[in-house]
Design a binder for this molecule. Sequence first.
Ligand code: F6R
Length: 610
Amino acid sequence: MCGIVGYVGSRNAAPIIVEGLRKLEYRGYDSAGVAIHDGKGIEIVRTLGKLARLSDALEKRPLTGSTGIGHTRWATHGRPSEANAHPHAAGPVAVVHNGIIENHVAVRQELEAQGVKFLSDTDTEIVAHLIHREIERGVKPLFKAVQGALKHVVGAYAIAVTSREEPDVIVAARNGSPLVVGLGEGEMLCGSDIPALLSHTRQMVFLEDGDVVELRASGIKVETVSGEAATRKAKQIDWSPVQAERGGYKHFMRKEIHEQPDVVEATLRGRIDLAEGDVYGAEMGVSAEVAREVRRVYFIACGTSHHAAIAGRYWMEQLAKVPCVVELASEVRYREPLFYPDDLVVAVSQSGETADTLAALKAAKAGGAKVLAVANVLDSAIPRAADGALYTHAGPEIGVASTKCFTTQLAALLLLAVYMGRRRGTLPQDRSQKVLQSLVEVPNHMREVLGDADYVHAIAKRLTHAKDVLFLGRGLGYPIALEGALKLKEISYAHAEGYAAGEMKHGPIALIDEQLPVIAVCPRDAQYDKMLSNVQEVRAREGQVIAIATKGDEEMLEIAQHVVWIPKMADEVLPLITVLPLQLISYFVANLKGNDVDQPRNLAKTVTVE
Ligand code: F6R
C-alpha cells in the first residue's frame, strides 16, 4: 500500500517529506519519489528500492523549495521500476496516488486517441493527464482542475497534486484510500497515515470519501468532487508515534485482521460485472481459450496459501467442473509429478518468493503445463516465472501470521473459478450472479463479524492454558479448520490439529475428553447436518465445543458451550467469513500469553529457502 506525504509552508519541503515517508515504511514499498516546487518549476527525483536510495539521490541533486509531494510505491499496476515510481508528471502537474483506478484501461485508450503519450505502465498516470487536460481546457485554479479530472475517475484513490503554475498550493483528494491533513503553524501537510505528520502537528483533519482539499500555508479549503463546500473538523491526536504506525492497534496482525474488509474490496474492485454475472478476463492471468480448454487444474502452495488452494479446488470443481488436484509444493518438487500441456497449474503464494512453490512451478513448466501465479507482491519471482498472474490486493502484510493475504487469496480464487466456469459453460448466469453478489457483500459481513471481537476475546481467555486444540470442518469449512489450527500453533505455540470432521471417527475421536477444546466450523451450509452430528459426538465425550455458527441457530446454541455468530450467507463465500473468528482467537490467545505476535519464534515471513 503506497504512502503519500505533502507539504506546503515556509520550511524546506524535501527533508520533511522524506522523513514523513520513512514513518510510512511499515506500509511496504518498492520505490519512492518526490516532486518539489522551487518557486519556478517542479523538480522530480525518483528511485527504485528503499528510501536510503532516494536520500542519496537527493544529496547528489538537492531540491529546495517549500511546496512538495512525495510517495512510496507498492506496485499494483506496472512492475516496480523508476519509470513507474511516483510522482507522475503531465504538463505543469505532478501527481502521487495510492489506490486502484478501476477504469484506467478505458481512460488510457481515450487519452491515447487524443494524442497523449504515456511514460509508465501505472494506472496513476491517467490522473496526471486528466488534470492536465482540464488545465488545457482553461479550467483554473488547480483545485477546480482536479475536481474536473476526478469526475472521470472510477476507483479508490488518495492523491496529492502540485502544479508549476501554483507554487503555494497542494491539492489532495480521497475516495476509498486513506488521507489525513495536518494543520501546522503557518504550514499544512497531508499524508496517508497519522505517523507521517505527527512530528509536525497533532491537529488533524480526516477527509471523507469524495473530498477534495486545497492546502496553503495559511489554511485549507475542502469541497466535494462535485463542488459542494464541506466542513471537516480538526481532531487532536494523542497517540504515541509507535502506536500511530499500527493505526492504534497493539500489533500489526490485529491491524491486518481488521483491514480485511477493505483489502477484499480492493481485490474485487474493477473485476466483477454483476449485470452479466461475470468476471472481467483482463486481470485473471488466464486467456479465455486456456480457461475453456484445460483438462485439469493443479494447485501448488505451502502453508496458509495451501489452505486457500484447498478452497480453490472446491470452487473450481463446483463452478468450473474441472478436475482438480491440490498439492503441497514441497512434496511435488521431490516426487516425479506428472504434468501435461493441458494442465493449468495455479501456484498460490502471497510473497511470490517461496522456494518450494517456485521449484514446483518450474517442474510444472518443464512438463509443458500452463502456469498461473496467484500472488500479492507484484513482479515477485513466482509471477515472473509463471505464464500469467492474478494479483491479490492485500497490500503489504507485516505480521508473520498471514491473515489478510489469506482472505484476499480466497476472493481471487473464487473469482478465478467463476471466470473459468463462465468460459467453460458450466456455470449458469443466474448462479454466477448470485455467487458474485454474495462476494461483493462479503466486506460488510466481515465488518460485522470483526465488530464482535470483544466476545471472541472472552472465549480466547478460556483457551490460554489449553495444550491441545482440535479444529473441525467439512467442505469449505475444512480448509478453514486447517487454517485455524495453523494460526493458533504458529503464534500461541499451543498444539493444534485441523481435521476434516468426517475423519474424526478414524482417529482423533480418541483424543476427546473434558480437557480438549474443539473448535467446530459449522455454519448453516450443505454440510451442516453432518457437522451437527460431529459436534454431538464431541459433546457426548465431554469435549468442550466452541462453534462458529450462523445467527439464529438454536440447535447449536443448545449443544455448544460457546457460539461465535456469523451472518447468514451463500455457501460459496462462507470461508471468507468463518476464518475471521479463528484468526481473532489465535491472536488473542497469543497476546494473552505475552508472545511476540508479529514475529513468532522460528518463523520467517518469506521462506526463500527449503
Ligand atoms: C502462515 C504463513 C505461511 C505461509 C507459507 C507460504 O501464517 O504465512 O504458512 O502461508 O510460508 O508463503 P507464501 O504464501 O508467501 O508462499
